[in-house]
Design a protein around this ligand. Sequence first.
Ligand code: PMP
Length: 443
Amino acid sequence: TEPRLSGFVPLYQSWESFYTRNLYRRIRDCWNRPICSVAGAEMEILERTTSDHGWNFKLTDKKKKVMNFGSYNYLGFAENKGPCADAVEKNVHEWGLSSGASRQELGYQEIHKELDDLVAEFLGVEAAITVPMGFATNSMNMPCLVGKGCLILSDEINHASLVLGSRLSGATINTFKHNNMKDLEAKLREAVIGGQPRTHRPWKKILIVVEGVYSMEGSIIDLPEVIRLKKKYKAYLYLDEAHSMGAMGPNGRGVVDYFGLDPKDVDIMMGTFTKSFGASGGYIGGTKRLINHLRLHSHAAMYSLSMPPPVVQQIISSMSIIMGLDGTNEGKKRIQQLKWNLRYLRRRLNEMGFIIYGNKDSPVVPLLIYMPSKIAALSRECLARGVGIVVVGFPATPIIESRARFCLSAAHTKEMLDRAIEVLDEVGDLLRLKYSRKLLPKF
Ligand code: PMP
């Protein structure tokens, strides 16, 4: 008799599995396309025909140079030349690639100490700890901060790493509607018996978890209101600035800088080095007491190799430029260029009749496709015209809200933006992606 695949069958029969197997299998060429150069403002990508949409491509296949609107490179530091690359090259010769141990053991080199101090100075907090992976910064550190008997109030569309960290912590999790402060307050009121901030609280701690900029929506968290609520209800605040650090605020210091707030009002400041610094890894900033606690309890600090020295060097170099420590105006120029670029692209796409989500200052610009069946066509038509974009659909978005996501960079020139706009104009007509605003409900 044949063995029964008991666990497998229900999964196969689920809607998500059906959809993924039948749609994504046919359009696999939109994802997992090998990139054959540095992923800067332009990149080389392996050209694959639709009939060859498996993973059986050859690296010797034809390559195509396209403009890159898909990679996270907000300030243009993902580059293979310039002062950062020179410093990294020098560092490799001095330090090699591996630190050889975790930071608890012998992996905490002087360059790691330099980075921790620089990050704390950049954020305007007492201390910081750095971790080799942004995802692990959330998923491995949240369990050190809350546990059984605590309540996490999480924005409903928080990143997977925050969801995993929350689950691993063992705390009770409740979600509130995306960026909806009325709902957050209602959930906070529910969490304290009697509905009053000062009455008896059944929870050891209440932790509000939000992101600075939401990468699928292009929305910016209403941070002033979140801080007001966390103070009123005596909760703690965990802020993930993966997409805002470097890219937002007049000094590139994230949403706190954007709203002109005091960084000390955010209890746990988390962010990554993957989006604006052309590197990898993440950090947590806060009080000395918090960071010392993480140094002793975080699995990411204790059981994982510390960051490779050349990566540390890339972060130090790019962060110093953003802070103006190199004695030039380069950092400010990049921040301003990014701001100009994102407002320009957003305005032009809006004028053309595309539906664009999010805030005017967000470095991600989501363009709504709606119909899942058009995802692949948009990606292919843009690529054929020399524009590389990222397309996203269910289950990462609601099923009727498929979208393309443009990640802007200070390295994009106006000519590049104009060319991309021209291409989108043409492809938008071809695929009927432009909508009359009058016909649509207000978002
Ligand atoms: N937090 C957020 C909000 C993210 O979007 C991401 C990844 N895009 C991460 C954390 C994980 O960071 P990394 O890619 O550096 O591991």
